[in-house]
Design a protein around this ligand. Structure first.
Ligand SMILES: *[C@@H]1O[C@H](CO)[C@@H](O)[C@H](O)[C@H]1NC(C)=O
Ligand SMILES: *[C@@H]1O[C@H](CO)[C@@H](O)[C@H](O)[C@H]1NC(C)=O
Ligand SMILES: *[C@@H]1O[C@H](CO)[C@@H](O)[C@H](O)[C@H]1NC(C)=O
Ligand SMILES: *[C@@H]1O[C@H](CO)[C@@H](O)[C@H](O)[C@H]1NC(C)=O
Ligand SMILES: *[C@@H]1O[C@H](CO)[C@@H](O)[C@H](O)[C@H]1NC(C)=O
Ligand SMILES: *[C@@H]1O[C@H](CO)[C@@H](O)[C@H](O)[C@H]1NC(C)=O
Ligand SMILES: *[C@@H]1O[C@H](CO)[C@@H](O)[C@H](O)[C@H]1NC(C)=O
Ligand SMILES: *[C@@H]1O[C@H](CO)[C@@H](O)[C@H](O)[C@H]1NC(C)=O
Length: 576
């Protein structure tokens, strides 16, 4: 007791090594489809970090994550959570469309999210491609209902952010001009008193350093100077973060001579490629941090089904200088993380905990499950009467490809999935499905976009083995991609298995290949129907979703599929 006390006293008088010892940080902090992160730190009431990220056509959209230690991150809600907030998401065409690059900011009790609803429909003009919008919440942001409807403002461009200038008392919106018609960072003044009305004209404040498409601007006022951060190079392997500064919020901004890019993994052999689109924030101790997007794909940049993920890095920002970013990697030594938490809790988005969903009576779909655009709510039911502990999906007329692999029409697709968040995983569900009409289908999918997905379903077809016309349930694997996909397979379900509950499974065999299999529920054995390289799901702006679907493939059938025992088992997280 006595010695313990002495020891404690001695320790508290000496500079404690534990206070200065670096922490180990693991990237990505938000594994799976979470691009274009933007974060803030709120000292009060609970020293909490909040982040948002892009969701494209996924709904609910604009996920919000929070943390107090920068290690355990929790999905607390979604900014875009009701169709009434932004009906136009239902009309987007092509997988590059939807919600791009939200910026999260906080001012005087109000949370603000600025973003762009992009519609890449064809034919297209720059004027009708971009719908720039503002959401706000002055309540508890984990309560979805606290988020406002979208307020629209005019900008031929994207990636807007709000900046409150303490010197002039004015509020600015900074954004990227549509780069095909002139690549600059632009600024305007905005009045937020009625949700967001532009006051002036858009002015160019910086042209970037000469890289492709300067975008994702953020201004920070630090030690008397305005620092402007931007992304350049496009979101592929040439992606980078560049900076400039000015004495005035309105510019002119001067690039960091000799110091740009301040962060990139371009031209390296790092496993983490495409690092860029960053945002900076300071913790309670005055340490700076940055989030950015990255792709675990290096150096070949061929296999990255999880798409663009969110990474964190430490930043040294000394008085009078530009910030110095620590290059991004999978395991990093960084200065002490806010609260030491040695274990990641099972509820954290970055944990390796298994997921088992049983769809019990009185429960709802968990909030990390997403649809592609707005679903038809009548098509989804948890534990319907007579089918307790199942998720019932009524079929949509369109399948996962929809119309042309781009548009889906107003009807919506009967699909729900979760992000692939581990390099190696096994995803399986049990399915009860007794199709009665031609082309009725229910199954599991690894879905990246409407024109990039791999599906294993039970489908009613004329017997493919005997060639007879008799409609017979088949196991069918088929896929869509811009790259060649594994040939379609359709085999009749063995006679003694018809009408029984089957287990359908998608498994990452290794870093580059997925396999699709099925078995009798509880039977143990899974028979592999198809193996596919995952480069066919490595494309574009989004990341793979693993989920279930039900469709009549346009033939009018109405038989529902009953899914149960949804299981996602992480089996390996590669960090390079
Ligand atoms: C702050 O933390 C306390 C203790 O963990 C918790 O009870 C409270 O709900 C938190 N408040 C907010 C606004 O998150
Ligand atoms: C969607 O885009 C495709 C081409 O990508 C085009 O053929 C089709 O007309 C578009 N549909 C709508 C409704 O914009
Ligand atoms: C940006 O480049 C344009 C030419 O494309 C030039 O007219 C303009 O002065 C430049 N603006 C700034 C702020 O450097
Ligand atoms: C990567 O290398 C290419 C070719 O040398 C060069 O053009 C490009 O600027 C480099 N990118 C970065 C971000 O350094
Ligand atoms: C500790 O973290 C800081 C900030 O990331 C970094 O600059 C420094 O190199 C790290 N120190 C060690 C010994 O790794
Ligand atoms: C991954 O699996 C595929 C398909 O079986 C195989 O061709 C490939 O060699 C495997 N890759 C590794 C690294 O084991
Ligand atoms: C989707 O449905 C259309 C008919 O609506 C059909 O032509 C197409 O083959 C189906 N494709 C996939 C991959 O589901
Ligand atoms: C649920 O699925 C898991 C993984 O496939 C399996 O181990 C378990 O036995 C299943 N449970 C039930 C109740 O079917």
């Amino acid at each position: 007791m006595f010695w313990t006390l002495i020891t404690l006293l001695t320790l508290s008088l000496l500079p404690s090594p534990s206070l200065t010892k670096n922490s180990t940080l693991h990237n990505p902090i938000f594994p799976g489809f979470h691009p274009d992160p933007s974060c803030i730190f709120l000292p009060h009431p609970n020293q909490t970090f909040y982040c948002v990220s892009s969701s494209f056509n996924a709904f609910p959209g604009i996920p919000i994550h929070s943390s107090q230690d920068l290690q355990n991150w929790h999905l607390i809600g979604h900014v875009l959570n009701r169709k009434e907030q932004l009906p136009r998401l239902a009309e987007t065409n092509r997988s590059t469309s939807g919600i791009w690059a939200p910026t999260l900011r906080y001012k005087d009790g109000v949370f603000w999210v600025t973003t762009t609803l992009v519609n890449d429909h064809l034919p297209q003009t720059e004027e009708d491609r971009w719908d720039n919008i503002i959401f706000s919440s002055s309540g508890d942001i984990s309560d979805d209902a606290s988020w406002s409807e979208a307020k629209h403002f005019e900008l031929v461009g994207y990636d807007p952010e709000l900046f409150w200038d303490e010197n002039t008392g004015k509020t600015y919106v900074n954004a990227a001009h549509a780069w095909q018609v002139g690549a600059y960072i632009v600024q305007n003044e905005i009045d937020l008193s009625n949700g967001g009305e532009l006051i002036g004209e858009w002015r160019v404040i910086w042209n970037g350093t000469g890289g492709l498409a300067p975008e994702g601007p953020h201004i920070y006022f630090v030690d008397g100077l305005y620092y402007l951060l931007a992304a350049e190079g496009g979101t592929g392997v040439n992606h980078m973060v560049t900076m400039a500064r000015s004495k005035s919020v309105q510019g002119p901004f001067e690039g960091y001579e000799g110091g740009n890019p301040v962060l990139t993994n371009a031209n390296t052999s790092s496993y983490f490629q495409t690092v860029g689109h960053a945002d900076l924030f300071e913790d309670a101790k005055g340490n700076w941090w940055a989030v950015a997007l990255a792709t675990r794909s290096g150096p070949e940049y061929l296999h990255y089904p999880m798409g663009r993920e969110t990474v964190l890095t430490a930043v040294r920002w000394e008085k009078g200088g530009f910030p110095i970013f620590t290059p991004v990697s999978g395991e990093m030594s960084v200065w002490p993380l806010p609260v030491s938490a040695d274990t990641i809790s099972p509820e954290s988005i970055n944990s390796d905990a298994e997921e088992l969903l049983t769809f019990g009576p009185g429960t709802n779909l968990p909030k990390h499950l997403v649809h592609w655009r707005y679903p038809n709510p009548d098509h989804f039911a948890v534990s319907p009467e007579g089918h307790e502990n199942t998720l019932r999906l009524f079929p949509s007329n369109i399948n996962l490809t929809g119309l042309n692999g781009n548009y889906a029409g107003p009807e919506g697709q009967s699909f729900v999935g979760r992000r692939q968040q581990h390099t190696l995983f096994t995803f399986s569900v049990d399915l009860d499905f007794t199709p009665t009409d031609l082309e009725e289908e229910a199954g599991v999918t690894a879905f990246l976009t409407q024109n990039h997905h791999l599906d294993l379903g039970i489908v009613l077809l004329p017997d493919q083995k005997t060639g007879e016309n008799k409609l017979t349930p088949h196991l069918r694997f088929r896929g869509e991609s811009y790259l060649p996909v594994t040939k379609e397979v359709a085999v009749p379900v063995e006679e003694e298995w018809r009408g029984k509950t089957l287990t359908l499974e998608i498994r990452a065999r290794n870093e580059t290949h997925f396999e699709f299999g099925f078995g009798l529920k509880g039977g143990g054995d899974i028979k592999i129907v198809a193996v596919s390289g995952n480069e066919v799901l490595s494309w574009g702006f989004t990341g793979a979703l693993l989920g279930v679907y039900c469709t009549n493939n346009g033939n009018g059938g109405t038989t529902p599929g009953y899914f149960s025992n949804w299981s996602y088992v992480p089996r390996g997280q590669f960090r390079g």
